[in-house]
Design a protein around this ligand. Structure first.
Ligand code: 6PG
Length: 250
């Protein structure tokens, strides 16, 4: 029986990023102690940039960068130097500032004009790195996720085909409202994670966060992220939690 989500409401966004950094450090130390490496699937968008910058700063917990292996849970269909690129955002905020070996960084090659081919290529990357047999899914030690205003996460948007995918690891998902492909992990990969950590900050997310956490009937993509053998952790700030009835700080 899966336990419910662990929902932490903290005063400020900075408190959220500090807590996330500490959680990252704890998970990393445990993973490296038990299996010699720490695998993390990163989220894009704007929220996590501050976490990445904190991890690269002098006030970060001490991390074993040489034992940390970086992947992306989704990517826009753009080259790595595009302002929209999640890889570019993470590289600028963190990877370019820390002593992580280049071979530990597995970006999605979203410059490939054929988006389905880029998704298949990333599936091969995951299969090789995690030594997957057919039908197996990779188990990330930590998967970071954000919450979109429509309840999406990664690039699993409402009403898109990828929501129904339960065989593939990574797909090119056509997102009509943006008139573009996004390359994204599927639910089986997200739900294989040892720990999924959603980071949500800001008043503009308060309504959608309440829908996701307190309205099971909303049928929103983020609600289908339920690790089968892992932890589900929401770290949110007071502004984002301001519409919650049962979890927020009053
Ligand atoms: C992306 C992310 C996406 C993001 C949400 C929240 O590629 O944009 O993977 O799922 O986490 O859209 O984005 P913000 O943090 O910018 O609100």
């Amino acid at each position: 029986m899966k336990s419910g989500p662990d929902i932490r409401v903290l005063d400020t966004a900075n408190d959220v990023f500090r807590a996330a950094a500490n959680e990252w450090a704890t998970l990393s130390a445990e993973a490296i102690r038990t299996k010699g490496n720490f695998t993390v699937a990163l989220s894009g968008g704007s929220t996590p940039r501050a976490l990445y910058a904190l991890l690269a700063s002098s006030s970060a917990p001490k991390l074993a960068w040489d034992r940390t292996f970086f992947f992306w849970g989704d990517e826009r269909h753009v080259p790595p130097n595009d302002p929209e690129s999640n890889y570019r955002m993470v590289n600028e905020a963190m990877l370019s500032k820390v002593p992580v070996p280049a071979q530990n960084i597995f970006r999605i090659h979203a410059e490939e004009t054929d988006a389905p081919a880029a998704a298949s290529s990333y599936e091969r990357t995951l299969t090789e790195f995690f030594h997957l047999r057919p039908g197996e899914f990779p188990r990330f030690d930590l998967t970071l996720l954000g919450l979109g205003p429509d309840g999406h996460t990664a690039s699993l948007f409402p009403g898109t085909v990828a929501l129904e995918e339960n065989q593939r690891l990574v797909v090119a998902n056509w997102v009509a409202k943006f008139n573009t492909y996004r390359i994204t992990f599927t639910y089986p990969v997200l739900n294989q994670s040892a720990c999924v950590m959603f980071l949500v900050t800001g008043k503009d997310k308060s309504e959608i966060l309440r829908e996701v956490l307190e309205n099971p009937g909303a049928n929103l993509p983020s609600q289908n992220v339920r690790p089968t053998h892992g932890r589900l952790l929401w770290i949110v700030d007071r502004d984002a939690a301001s519409s919650l009835r049962s979890h927020g700080i009053r």
